[in-house]
Ligand binder design. Structure first.
Ligand SMILES: C[S@@+](CC[C@H](N)C(=O)[O-])C[C@H]1O[C@@H](n2cnc3c(N)ncnc32)[C@H](O)[C@@H]1O
Length: 316
């Protein structure tokens, strides 16, 4: 059986994106509960608790139990009081109701994947290192990326690569993958196949799109964003804020649509004879355009280059 190398915390560096803006936006929120819906290595939570201290009680959610355990040790050592919950952020509302908490001050979603996951080959998220082709955040997804590649038809893979990866060469890539004589079980095998089709020059862009498409599918990411946001916005206290940092247009487009719907604007397709989207006016956008990192932040953190943060504030 193949063995993948163990990694330690010291191998991992994850710089939180737009952390200053997150901290700044919280100044006008009422005191109460702050939820980090994607706590990861705890970078945002550390910055927020350093700036806002006891104004908030902190809860951190993450699907990835392995990172959560290390983050808990790290935050405890730093004297930060936080309760970490190993659960999908689409369950935050159920969790709060279970605790008898009826309103929260603010919630942050820093979507996607952390450096601590990409850089660990065992997790199967990286096209630059060889590892098992998994891509499950919590190891419990119904199918791994390898299962999806194996079980889906060529046409289904084309649709997947187009819809979730916006990949222009979806057809030829899906055909080459399906024509591979052996089952594809490692990130290295998949990366080699992609490279054989697009060559070295286009490899990184193509691999990022295909790996992104598979990751979104494995973890059903867009459905959880929708469920999470739609259920939490009614629980925000007046003046409370929901902040979402996204890293690609599919995520950002979905967040924009949900925020628009909860700002009282219809998001039905233009040809719809009457409004059926269930729009309701609960929030207002804090900015008309998303916040993006400045050149200084991008220079020290390349992962920040595609980030966009949208923020809404609960109205009375
Ligand atoms: C970009 S990282 C967050 C990094 C974090 N803000 C920090 O400063 O360290 C995204 C995190 O979200 C987690 N995640 C992704 N989808 C999730 C979901 N539906 N529910 C809970 N956590 C999720 C991932 O496991 C990952 O740890």
């Amino acid at each position: 059986m193949r063995r993948w190398p163990e990694r330690s915390l010291s191998d991992e560096i994850h710089l939180p994106v737009l952390a200053d803006k997150v901290v700044e936006q919280l100044s006008s929120c009422p005191d109460g509960f702050f939820i980090d819906a994607t706590v990861g290595a705890g970078g945002h939570l550390k910055a927020v608790s350093k700036a806002h201290g006891k104004r908030f009680r902190y809860f951190g959610f993450d699907l990835d139990n392995s990172v959560l355990q290390r983050t808990e040790n790290h935050l405890t050592q730093m004297g930060i009081e936080v309760e970490l919950i190993n659960s999908n952020f689409s369950n935050v509302t159920d969790f709060l109701q279970g605790r008898g908490i009826s309103t929260i001050s603010a919630i942050l979603y820093d979507l996607g994947i952390g450096s601590f996951q990409i850089d660990d080959p065992k997790r199967g998220f990286s096209y630059l290192q060889d590892g098992p082709l998994s891509m499950s955040f919590d190891g419990s997804s119904a199918s791994t990326a390898a299962d999806i590649i194996e079980s889906r038809s060529e046409k289904e893979l084309v649709d997947l690569f187009r819809t979730y990866g916006e990949e222009p060469k979806a057809k030829i890539l899906a055909r080459t993958i399906k024509n591979n004589p052996e089952r594809i079980t490692t990130t290295g095998q998949l990366a080699d196949i992609l490279r054989s089709v697009v060559g070295d020059r286009r490899f990184i862009k193509t691999a990022s799109r295909i790996f992104q498409a598979l990751r979104i599918k494995v973890n059903d990411e867009l459905a959880h964003i929708e469920k999470g946001l739609e259920s939490i916005l009614p629980l925000m206290a007046t003046g409370g804020k929901a902040m979402v940092i996204s890293y690609h247009s599919l995520e950002d487009g979905l967040v924009k649509r949900i925020f628009k719907k909860f700002s009282g604007k219809c998001v039905c397709p233009p040809k719809m004879p009457e409004c059926r989207c269930g729009t309701v006016k609960l929030v207002r956008p804090v900015f008309t355009k998303p916040l993006i990192p400045d050149a200084k932040e991008i220079a020290v953190n390349r992962r920040a280059r595609s980030a966009k943060m949208r923020i809404v504030e609960k109205i009375g």
